[in-house]
Design a protein around this ligand. Structure first.
Ligand code: PLP
Length: 475
């Protein structure tokens, strides 16, 4: 190995050599993933590129340690180093977000939400003893029995954003356990503006009287006024939770402040750490001190043993996000997203809500005669990686959809700016306007190969000026 290699190249090359000695196919797949990511125009709103320091903090013997429990109070011996790691991650997380309390153990965003729901239930609901259910398996319960159980527990209700307006499955929808735990009612957007209808939300909350109001989203392109949501929660006696998984980077980077900063207004806030926040794959919970002891029970109530190696990487990511450069990065994410929206609008592309205030843009592909599924694949065939998404009142449902969600956190990490966003808008418009749906199919389509090849080539040329992980040379 060359002596002149920088530390990142040396570290990753050495790691791959060690992995290769056991199973070359895994080493090859890891190396190929870097190659593929370097070549792809990644517009997936929920993805990013973590720093080499974040990635390297995960590949070590912290992974070998069991550490159920909390800092200084573990169910296993010998956790002093995990205690240090978790305490440093918590210290950075609290300082970064200005939170009273932080819990950095959740393995993912879904896990963080489950921890939060359980903490709220434990805090607010008196548990009855129901003999009838004592020997039953939850998987065998009928819907009616679930309803009976919920009623006995105080009929817990959740009010969250509807899926087609951009909400997430974990906000009380059937494919997730939250849909069993809670009676769910949704709030949506005003069809005229595509933005949250706060008046309708307030009316629904007053009538439904939820235990929890959930703010936050996966596919809503606008700011949310969390101060107003808190006001509504207070009016109806609900606990106000925000899932900031998508926009945590914009909160950390002080783009969302005041009424738009969930930490200032919610009783409890959950997040992922790997999207706009640019950390390792994982989750976290922030709460007011009064909920801390319930959240601390996350493991083993909801979570398996903490992943100490990932908590180490979270500490690195939180520390990175406390640097002034991160605020510049977060602002650039939004500048880029707005430039992309403008580039699309000026080419006649229809956007849900007519634009964006955050890291994502939602294209309505209906005017092109396409479903989201067709548009997603046509773009992918042309080297542009996006994902399909439902739009408000989507006529094509959640599978085929009528929307394409695009986001800028990843390309902003690569250094692309507003000028490049205009070029990308041109590429997207070229693909969408050249794609024709196949007769009678919501999935098949025709796209001239010369178009997809030309767009792919232009996308590659664009990316060549913005190398990904420039400090990492795998040889
Ligand atoms: N919450 C929101 C708003 C999300 O968008 C997502 C993932 O896309 C999650 C939670 C779940 O995160 P994870 O995949 O880490 O479980």
């Amino acid at each position: 190995m060359s002596a002149e290699l920088n530390p990142e190249s040396t570290a990753f090359r050495s790691a791959l050599e060690v992995v290769r000695s056991v199973e070359p196919r895994i080493a090859d797949a890891i190396a190929k993933e870097l190659h593929d990511q370097r070549e792809s125009l990644k517009l997936i709103a929920s993805e990013n590129y973590a720093s080499p320091a974040v990635l390297l903090a995960m590949g070590n013997w912290l992974s070998d340690k069991y550490a159920e429990g909390t800092i200084g109070r573990r169910f296993y011996a010998g956790c002093q180093n995990v205690d240090t790691v978790e305490a440093v991650a918590v210290e950075h997380a609290k300082a970064l977000f200005g939170a009273e309390y932080a819990y950095v153990q959740p393995h993912s965003g879904i896990d963080a939400n489950l921890v939060a729901y359980w903490a709220i239930l434990a805090d607010r609901v008196e548990v009855p003893y129901l003999k009838k259910f004592s020997k039953r398996q939850v998987n065998d319960l009928t819907d009616a029995e679930w309803a009976e159980l919920r009623a006995a527990f105080g009929n817990q209700r959740m009010l969250g954003m509807s899926l087609d307006a951009g909400g997430h499955l974990t906000h009380g929808f059937r494919p997730n356990i939250s849909g069993k735990m809670f009676d769910q009612r949704s709030y949506g957007v005003d069809p005229a503006t595509g933005q949250i209808d706060y008046k309708a939300l307030r009316d629904t909350a007053k009538e439904f009287k939820p235990l929890i109001i959930v703010g936050g989203y996966s596919a809503y392109p606008r700011k949310v006024n969390f101060a107003t949501l808190r006001e509504i929660a207070d009016e109806v006696g609900a606990t106000f939770m925000v899932d900031m998984a998508h926009f945590a980077g914009l909160v950390a980077g002080k783009v969302f402040t005041g009424d738009f900063n969930p930490i200032e207004h919610a009783h409890i806030v959950t997040t992922t750490t790997h999207k706009s926040l640019r950390g390792p794959r994982g989750g976290a919970v922030f709460a007011q001190e009064s909920l801390a002891s319930q959240v601390d029970r996350g493991c083993p109530m909801v979570l398996g043993g903490p992943l100490a190696h990932v908590m180490a990487a979270k500490a690195i990511a939180f520390a990175e996000a406390r640097r002034p450069e991160f605020a510049t990065y977060a602002q650039q994410i939004v500048t880029n997203s707005q430039a992309l929206a403008e580039g699309l609008l000026k080419r006649g592309v229809q956007l849900v809500s007519g634009g964006t205030d955050n890291h994502l843009v939602l294209i309505d592909v209906h005017p092109f005669g396409l479903t989201g599924r067709q548009a997603e694949q046509a773009l992918l065939d042309s080297g542009v990686v996006t994902n399909r998404n439902a739009i408000p009142n989507d006529p094509n449902g959640a599978w085929y959809t009528s929307g394409i969600r695009i986001g800028t956190p990843a390309l902003t990490s690569r250094g692309l700016g507003a000028a490049e966003m205009d070029t990308i808008a041109e590429l997207i418009h070229t693909v969408l306007s050249s794609t024709k749906p196949a007769e009678g199919s919501k999935a098949k389509f025709q796209l001239d190969e010369s178009v997809s090849d030309s767009v792919s080539k232009q996308a590659n040329e664009l990316l060549a000026g913005f190398p990904l992980y420039p400090s990492v040379d795998l040889g």
